[in-house]
Design a protein around this ligand. Structure first.
Ligand SMILES: [Zn+2]
Length: 233
């Protein structure tokens, strides 16, 4: 894979997974969004108020864990949006062209910026491409980390909702490269893992497996299950 291909793939990954990232925010804090730009400090205040309200409603505060995750998600979203915008400015400056309009808010879908970057990658000289590639790499790994897809460990940091991690409750979902260069997430539980048929992508060696194109769906599915567990724990 060339640097250009990898960078384009990383930009696409960030763009594809953006809706999943945005969904990681707790719907309970969806305050009516003012049409003007909402800055990070205001957002933090909204979040803080929402957290307080929830804590007041339930002294046990089972949502504490989710709230922590949400603050991280907002940080990540803001980082991605700012990163995509900076990337466009760099590319535009390098090529002497107009950058796209900046994002409308700190949490606006950066698809237009990512798309602009991807469309102009092939025009960059090697030094500029390397720089953009580094930024795209970092963005993509932040996204995969946030969605539990840890490419370094190859193990998803979430308990499989269908077998509950087998006898030991271990993290059993792993990223595997299956024959034919098919990247898939496979549940390698020590007990037979049998999700309902409509929840399984495919089977590999008698284990349920989800090919790459289903990861976004799977991440959402896993995160929902994980959230439900934390709420009822
Ligand atoms: Zn399983």
């Amino acid at each position: 894979m060339t640097l250009l291909d990898r960078t384009a793939a990383n930009l696409r990954l960030v763009s594809d997974y953006w809706p999943a990232i945005a969904e990681l925010r707790d719907p309970a804090v969806h305050a009516p969004r003012p049409s003007s730009v909402i800055d990070l400090r205001q957002r933090a205040e909204l979040d803080y108020r929402a957290r307080q309200e929830r804590a007041d409603r339930n002294a046990d505060a089972p949502g504490a864990h989710r709230d922590a995750a949400r603050a991280e998600v907002l940080d990540l979203m803001a980082q991605l949006v700012a990163g995509a915008d900076e990337m466009c400015d760099e590319i535009a400056a390098a090529l002497g062209i107009m950058p796209p309009a900046p994002p409308t808010t700190a949490f606006a879908d950066p698809a237009p910026q990512l798309d602009f970057a991807a469309r102009h990658l092939h025009q960059l000289d090697h030094a500029a491409l390397r720089h953009v590639a580094g930024a795209a790499d970092r963005m993509a790994s932040e996204v995969t980390r946030a969605l539990f897809l840890d490419p370094s460990g190859q193990t998803l940091r979430v308990v499989c909702p269908w077998c509950r991690g087998g006898l030991t409750g271990a993290f059993s979902l792993r990223v595997r490269l299956l024959p034919g260069h098919l990247a898939a997430i496979v549940c390698e539980s020590d007990i037979p893992c049998e999700p309902p048929a409509r929840k399984v992508g495919t089977w590999w060696g008698g284990r349920p497996a989800w090919p790459f194109e289903q990861w976004r769906w799977l991440a959402r599915e896993l995160y929902r299950a994980d959230g439900r567990e934390r709420m009822t724990a």
